[in-house]
Design a protein around this ligand. Sequence first.
Ligand SMILES: [Zn+2]
Length: 410
Amino acid sequence: MKKEYLKYTAVYLLFAFEAEAVKVDVDMSFYGPERCGLRGIQTLRFHEMEEDLKQSPIKLDDDMPSIELSAMEFQPESKFVLKRSGYRDQPLSEANNKSVKERISALATTHVTARFFQRVIPTLSHYGLISPEMNFNKLSLTITPHNDQCFEKNASYTRTGRIGGQGVLNFCSGEFKTVRLFDVVAHETGHGLFDALNPEYYTTFTDGSLSKVASLNHPYRAVHESFGDWAAIYTSCAIAIVQEQESQVGDYLNGTEFCMAPGWEGPGTCLRTPTSYSLARGCEAHNNSILLTELMVEAMRGTYREVVDSPWFYSSSLQKPKMALQYFQRLLISAIAKPPSFTSLGGFSKVLQSTQDDMSGTNIASVDDFSKVSINVREYVQDRFYEIAQDNLNRLLDGELGEGMDRCAK
Ligand SMILES: [Zn+2]
């Protein structure tokens, strides 16, 4: 722990702090996802009140929030320096330098993921798709980027506060650092966001009459796991759009597979893939969750493929991936905001269907979830888009996948 503190000290003494709280542009860097044309380090600009950033609900396990904002940006060759009064500046060792970058990366990835989900809340609330109390306001996440006390290479979200969304994101360290994988950090952040939005899912699978073993197999937990993976997929694509790589998102939607945490066990491997659900051991939540994630990704792809060449759809081809993503993000968030009362993933698919009906009854006409984008889509186009999305999802729900979702019932 002491060592960690020193690494951190190196960063926050780098720059003089401006006393005045003003609107600032903050560049945050992070180790990016490996999809939608993104690889390596990504840097995104945030427009923030400096004060808000310092009081952010997302912080590292020491006093990282007091880090100078300008130190959030790094490049592969960035070197951090330890500054102490009365001492000469001391360059950090290679290992400590890496460690500082990983800490910044974890903080930034969590911020970025939360941001893309927070954005949709006012719209969904406005159209009555979620109740006004449903939001991420109670979110309070502490990140432990380098935990070397773990028994296995893994990561977790644990609720530590009294209410949902107040918890710890834990990333195991050692030879294999889970904090380096974008998908893993975004996934755990997704758990925290889900818990803040609807705490009922978490308490039901950890408390009450459920035994610990049963809880691991509960469909609520599978939905939680799927939401985490969805958070990683969605955020990757959203970043690509903000980085003006919409066509890459289109390519991703034209693909055939999803791969969570590429390189998990070495080159060419994935933590989870759509085909691995058939190999699922029992009904363990992570394996079981793949059914739902595949359902969402396939429905999104089917929808995109149908709209991409439609002559009636006059929006530019660059807007279509955005709309496909946005529709399914809104659908999933609205669905999990409802009080859960299902006993299998098949039951959750019915929640998705009723949520689709709710969405059809509204008129969410503008695409407003991406910072650099402000386009209006005419109502009939939006309606048609919903129809296609619903057809795709219904087709999947009625088919083999829908049946698969009824196994593992509790
Ligand atoms: Zn998880």
